[in-house]
Structure formats: structure tokens, C-alpha cells
Design a protein around this ligand. Structure first.
Ligand code: FMN
Length: 190
């Protein structure tokens, strides 16, 4: 069976979804399969394009990449709410030793991307996942004048709206490829 990478994201206006799509491109470039899933929340429309995530998606994936808009320096509550339904998966350790990564989109450059990315890692660590970032050997991490961080892929809207800069896009593709590659090699050893 092919390596399955779950891309779990929330996006109200499409910026986080653009990152999710670039990450999926990176995952696919390694021969792994990108499984796109979203979450819904009251008062906030979920992506109408992708299916809502379920606990069985956690069980079936070989790696997970989670994305959220930055909301007051934190992930969107819809995603936090999903993790609060995941105790049965946590008890059975369904995500233990699977690689994971995170991504975010914010409106401003210093509006809390790093706090969002780092705090998004916390539930993934509780679930026993192996967190990976983007190394400085990826050129876009050194040259970017917008998003793209060692903690995860990101996009800064500024005047660009939802459109990713070239560096944001290559950092996102590199992150997807890194998780896809790692998940495939871990899977082949087990
Ligand atoms: C409730 C709320 C809180 C937000 N908080 C922040 C913030 O702390 N920093 C920031 O730069 N942008 C903030 N934003 C803007 C979003 O992060 C930004 O527009 C993001 O790109 C939206 O992603 P989406 O298009 O995937 O929904 C906030 C937006 C909302 C609705």
C-alpha cells in the first residue's frame, strides 16, 4: 500500500488552503499519497472542497501535516476542537512514531506565525509524533522576504492576498516532500 500523508487543515478564506495544495504537491513528488481533509466549526464554513477529517483518517495515515490560519497567535479553535475528540486514538497510540509537520497563514509578518506553528506541534507531540521542520539547506528559507520558517511552511498575506510567493511555495513543497520521504522510509523499515 502507498504511503499516505494526511494534510489536515482549516481555511476560511483560502490562504491556508493554497499552502495545503503546495504541500500536497511536495508529498506527491515523493510517490506518497496526499489525503486532504478539513474541519468545520460553527460560524465558520469549512472547506467545501475536501472531506471532513475523521478519527479513522488518523489511524490510516503514515504521516500528518496540519495547517491553520494564525488566530491571535494560535491555531483556529476548529482544529483544537478536533484534537479534543481524539482521546481514543491517543489511548491506542495510533499516531506514535509517525512523522508530522505544521503550516500557517497570517495577515501580517510579525502577527504570530511562530507562536502558532510551535503551539500546533503540542497536541502532535502528545500523540507521539515525530516533528519535522524545514532546514536552512532549503534555499527559500534563507531568501524569503515573506513566509517560510524553520518551524514549518507559512504564508504572509500582506498585499499578496492568498497568492504564495515563489519562496513560500518552494518551502511548502519542500516540507511536503520531506514528510513524504521520511514516512515512506519509516514505513519500509517496519
Ligand atoms: C479571529 C481572527 C484572528 C486572527 N488573528 C491574527 C493574528 O493574530 N495575526 C495575524 O497576522 N493575522 C490574524 N488573522 C488573519 C488571518 O490569520 C489571515 O487572514 C489568514 O491568512 C487567513 O487564512 P485563511 O485564508 O486560510 O482563512 C486573524 C483572523 C481572524 C478571523
Amino acid at each position: 500500500m502507498s504511503t499516505r500523508i494526511l494534510i489536515l487543515y482549516f481555511s476560511r478564506n483560502g490562504s491556508t488552503q493554497q499552502l495545503a495544495d503546495a504541500i500536497a504537491e511536495g508529498v506527491s513528488s515523493t510517490g506518497a499519497e496526499a489525503i486532504m481533509r478539513s474541519v468545520s466549526a460553527s460560524g465558520d464554513a469549512a472547506s467545501e472542497r475536501d472531506l471532513a477529517v475523521s478519527l479513522s483518517d488518523l489511524e490510516q495515515c503514515d504521516g500528518l501535516i496540519m495547517g491553520s490560519p494564525t488566530r491571535f497567535g494560535h491555531m483556529a479553535s476548529a482544529l483544537q476542537q478536533f484534537w479534543e475528540t481524539s482521546s481514543s486514538s491517543w489511548l491506542r497510540g495510533v499516531l506514535v512514531d509517525k512523522p508530522a509537520a505544521v503550516f500557517t497563514s497570517s495577515s501580517s509578518m510579525h502577527g504570530g506565525q511562530e507562536t502558532t506553528l510551535l503551539s500546533m506541534m503540542v497536541p502532535l507531540l502528545h500523540h507521539g509524533m515525530l516533528l519535522v521542520g524545514i532546514p536552512y539547506t532549503v534555499p527559500a528559507i534563507q531568501t524569503t522576504d515573506a513566509g517560510g520558517t524553520p518551524y514549518g511552511a507559512s504564508h504572509v498575506e500582506h498585499a499578496a492576498g492568498k497568492h504564495l510567493s515563489a519562496d513560500e511555495r518552494s518551502a511548502a513543497i519542500a516540507l511536503g516532500a520531506r514528510v513524504g520521504q521520511l514516512a515512506s522510509s519509516l514505513k519500509s523499515r517496519s
